[in-house]
Design a binder for this molecule. Structure first.
Ligand code: B12
Length: 314
């Protein structure tokens, strides 16, 4: 796969690894790993030695990615993708598309479609729409432009008494599943010593943004450890003390009181760990209470991921 023997596209018009990473929403480091370990990679190089993916190479990567997402071990997925030529790959991907029943919707139409599927209790359609949106636009854009607005609307309709709570539960479960499947598809879930820890504030059940962060960080080539919702303050303190992560990100959806004892715990966290607070639940005076310890307040997924990427790169 690393020789110049392919018949489609000249080396000059092939795709560089960065472009393929952006197009498919797969970290460039993952693409390089697949090339090194499984020989799924660019079949061309420019005269200067830069990798160039042809459209057939990209189809091979996409098929590998989809088979892994369906539970195949990476080595087996790569073997299947390798055995197919351009036509075979196109046929396999076409079948995949049919199997998923893609609706080929634009960003603007996807959020209403997810809402409609949630209302109708159609978990397969929610999964397909959200999964496809992430494959097409990447997790950061799919969350920001499709998933988050849908969730905000679901919350609004629930609080107005127009939507039963089970709809919110169903949509949440399916979306968490799709976010984690996407993270697995593009990288490894981090089970090692974490440099980025993601958790939900004590007593707060909302965990979805943590999984969105995990996926978006993976997309940026950063592994993270999700400790889930409702992490007791003392556990957060011991994990931070023991593992000394570079970043702790803590989410709160439910409004917390000004005299929240959790804030005292946060004030005592080692200063070598950068503390980032996200979500509308943090009281406005939290910065004041954390004083010299320091804290970053984050307002959206994209900028938070960029910030964390900058921190772990140093
Ligand atoms: C899904 C959901 C649930 C699920 C959670 C499942 C899960 N695994 O996470 C379940 C059903 C368990 C649940 C339970 C409850 N929920 Co609820 N839930 C939601 C819902 C619909 C989405 C939550 C979410 O993921 N929000 C994240 C994003 C999508 O929303 P957002 O924070 O408003 O987004 C803004 C910013 O934060 C930013 N943003 C968006 N994404 C991201 C990502 C990052 C990383 C960053 C930094 C910023 C950012 O942009 C947005 C625009 O300003 C929200 C609606 C809502 N608006 O949040 C209600 C909501 C948070 N829930 C609410 C309530 C009341 C509850 C319950 C108390 C209900 C009950 N009586 O039992 C319990 C909570 C109990 C507890 N102690 O925690 C209220 C909170 C009201 C308040 N002000 O405190 C909300 C706002 C619904 C509403 N409109 O009234 N919930």
């Amino acid at each position: 796969m690393t020789t110049s023997s392919g018949s489609d596209a000249s080396p000059e018009i092939g795709w560089g690894v960065g472009s393929v990473a952006a197009r498919l929403g797969i970290a460039a480091s993952t693409l390089r790993t697949w090339e090194r370990r499984y020989d799924v990679g660019p079949s061309r190089r420019t005269a200067g030695g830069h990798r160039r993916y042809t459209e057939t190479d990209i189809d091979r990567v996409v098929l590998t990615q989809r088979l892994i997402a369906r539970g195949a071990p990476a080595r087996d997925a790569a073997r299947v993708a390798h055995a197919l030529d351009g036509e075979g790959l196109a046929a396999a991907l076409g079948t995949e598309q049919d199997r998923r029943g893609s609706e080929d919707l634009g960003v603007g139409d996807t959020a209403p479609a997810v809402l409609e599927a949630a209302r109708g209790g159609d978990s397969r359609r929610i999964a397909r729409l959200v999964g496809d949106a992430m494959d097409t636009h990447g997790a950061t854009s799919a969350w920001t432009e499709i998933v988050a607005p849908t969730l905000v609307e679901i919350g609004r309709e629930w609080s107005a008494g127009r939507l039963p709570i089970e709809v919110e539960h169903l949509a949440s479960e399916v979306i968490v599943g799709e976010l984690r499947a996407y993270t697995r598809r593009i990288g490894e879930l981090d089970h090692g010593e974490p440099s980025v820890v993601l958790a939900g504030a004590e007593d707060d059940q909302h965990s979805l943004p943590l999984f969105a962060m995990e996926a978006a960080l993976a997309e940026a080539g950063v592994g993270s450890l999700v400790l889930g919702a409702r992490l007791p303050g003392q556990s957060l303190a011991s994990v931070t003390h023991r593992s000394r992560p570079q970043v702790v990100f803590l989410w709160a959806s439910i409004v917390r009181p000004d005299d929240d004892p959790l804030i005292d715990v946060l004030a005592g966290l080692t200063r070598s760990t950068c503390l980032i607070l996200g979500g509308p639940g943090w009281p406005p005076r939290v910065e004041e209470r954390l004083g010299p310890r320091g804290v970053i307040r984050s307002t959206d997924l994209r900028s938070t991921v960029q910030r964390i990427r900058g921190i772990v790169a140093h």
